[in-house]
Design a protein around this ligand. Structure first.
Ligand code: ADP
Ligand code: MG
Length: 481
């Protein structure tokens, strides 16, 4: 654990994160309006989203399912009864004058998430709750020098707010927490995790204390939109707090904003307490009551989660911890790998993907989703190595062509005449040729210069263009020498 060194000794950071994850839903939480990203302003706004008088919200069942699905993936308590509250505040992009959220009775209670720190350490971080709420609209300040415009397309889109316990102790852990959260949400498909588009955002609560001492006063940094900024903001904020306390000052609880250009946080407003919002149950909405069958049905459709998958790769497929982590990092990678490994040796498949495929993808600046080589074609290439149709060396040449053309390996091998020669007679002919051409080396070898064996193998390989089976070459050479 890394501590901050101050003038009065060491300080420990305490961090709790509130993640806002946009539900992967085509329509909004309480209306049928579209959630499609990037539409013209105010083209995806129903009367409910614009808060026209007399409109009634109707709960979107799909969004409820996604919240439950997320709760299950976070090994959390699913509350069969939850309540929608109005959180009252005024803001120009909030036409209702309140946000429908959940306060004292959220749909999901306590859960947990396990972090795999780069050093190999595992850290369990508590999840306090997950609740459903509406997003607000957006104020556009850059469209006119004298006015602010309001775009309500985002108004009413479903968010899952996922609150962690103050269990994180370093900025790096906060970064790992975000990565793990995004990985899980993407695996189960409840949020696309795209921080650039704002579909996953984070507020970071930060305080400092003497190691193991009592909790300090926290500041909340709002709306962090990349993992890099989360880490930088937390580091800056913790150092700022240490400096204030050591200078004899006190931390005021407040909401702050991070400025990535200046790399600092600034006061946005002093902290409003929950009671200022005058939360109360929304009279337009019944309490949300779920049946256990509803929850169980969702549970049955949950895919294998990243932690379980990684463990299985190590246990059953005997992959290294490292390969298992790399291959399960993204859902697309896992799917690709599993398709290749379905019909081939998993270890060989893993090597081929992590070394050969990733190497070429990185060089070309492509992600696995844009791979010019399909999983089916990689699979047949690996099969061809396994059954000795081609050598590993030739396979790399074939893979280059596959990567360029997208063709399947069988066609390439056939068209280029690259099949491995396994015909004993043909190999014997080359071996004899090599031995006849190098009588002095043969004599030296027989005189005890064992190292020359590699020379003979190399000559045979060279003459055959790398197409002969190396094991057979070894056997034949041993016999003849
Ligand atoms: P609010 O709703 O006002 O933001 P919460 O009680 O829901 O307050 O807490 C918000 C977040 O603050 C949680 O993630 C929690 O873990 C974190 N938190 C609470 N106390 C501290 C503290 N002393 N230092 C750092 N984080 C804290
Ligand atoms: Mg908060």
């Amino acid at each position: 654990m890394s501590l901050i060194k101050g003038n009065t000794g060491e300080w420990e950071m305490v961090i709790g994160l509130e993640v806002h994850a946009q539900v992967n839903s085509n329509s909004k939480l309480f209306s049928g309006a579209s959630t499609h990203f990037g539409a013209e302003p105010n083209t995806q706004v129903s009367l409910v989203d614009a808060a026209m008088p007399g409109m009634l919200p109707v709960l979107n069942e799909f969004c409820v399912e996604q919240a439950v699905r997320t709760g299950l993936a976070l090994k959390a308590q699913i509350n069969l009864k939850s309540i929608f509250d109005r959180k009252n505040y005024f803001y120009p992009d909030l036409p209702q004058g309140y946000q429908i959220s959940q306060f004292s009775h959220p749909i999901i209670g306590k859960g947990k998430i396990i972090l795999d720190m780069p050093g190999g350490e595992k850290r369990e971080i508590g999840i306090t709750r997950l609740h459903l709420e509406q997003d607000a609209g957006k104020s556009l300040h850059d469209q006119s020098p004298s006015s602010t415009f309001i775009d309500l397309n985002r108004s009413g889109i479903a968010l899952m707010e996922i609150v962690s316990e103050p269990d994180l102790r370093t900025a790096e852990e906060a970064g790992e927490y975000m990565k793990k959260m995004r990985q899980i949400l993407r695996y189960i498909g409840t949020c696309d995790g795209d921080m650039e588009k704002g579909s996953m955002r984070c507020d970071a609560n930060v305080s400092v204390r003497k190691p193991g001492g009592k909790l300090g006063t926290r500041c909340e940094i709002k709306n962090l939109n990349s993992i890099k900024n989360i880490i930088k903001a937390i580091e800056y904020e913790a150092a700022r707090q240490v400096e204030i306390i050591e200078g004899g000052g006190e931390i005021r609880q407040e909401t702050r904003l991070f400025d990535p250009d200046k790399n600092e946080t600034r006061t946005m407003r002093s902290k409003e307490d929950a009671h200022d919002y005058r939360y109360f149950p929304d009279p337009d909405l019944y309490p949300l009551v779920l049946t256990q069958e509803f929850v169980d049905k969702i549970k049955k459709t949950l895919p294998e989660l990243p932690d379980e998958k990684r463990e299985r790769y190590v246990r059953e497929m005997k992959l290294s911890e490292y390969d298992a982590a790399v291959l399960t990092a993204e859902k697309e990678t896992t799917e690709y790998f599993e398709e290749v490994a379905k019909k081939t040796d998993p270890k060989l498949a893993a090597n081929w993907i992590t070394a050969e495929l990733f190497g070429r993808l990185n060089k070309a600046g492509l992600g696995i989703a844009q791979s010019p080589v399909s999983a089916a074609n990689t699979s047949s290439l690996v099969s061809m190595i396994q059954d000795n149709t081609i050598s590993g060396k030739i396979a790399k040449q074939v893979f280059d062509i596959m990567f360029e053309t997208g063709d399947d390996p069988k066609t390439i091998v056939k068209n280029h005449g690259l099949e491995q020669v396994t015909d004993t007679g043909a190999i014997e002919k080359i071996v004899d040729e090599v031995l006849a051409a190098n009588p002095d080396k043969v004599a030296e070898y027989k005189g005890g210069k064992d190292k020359l064996f590699g020379f003979f193998v190399g000559q045979v390989m060279k003459i055959s263009g790398g197409k002969v089976n190396p094991a057979m070459v070894n056997d034949l050479l041993k016999k003849k020498l």
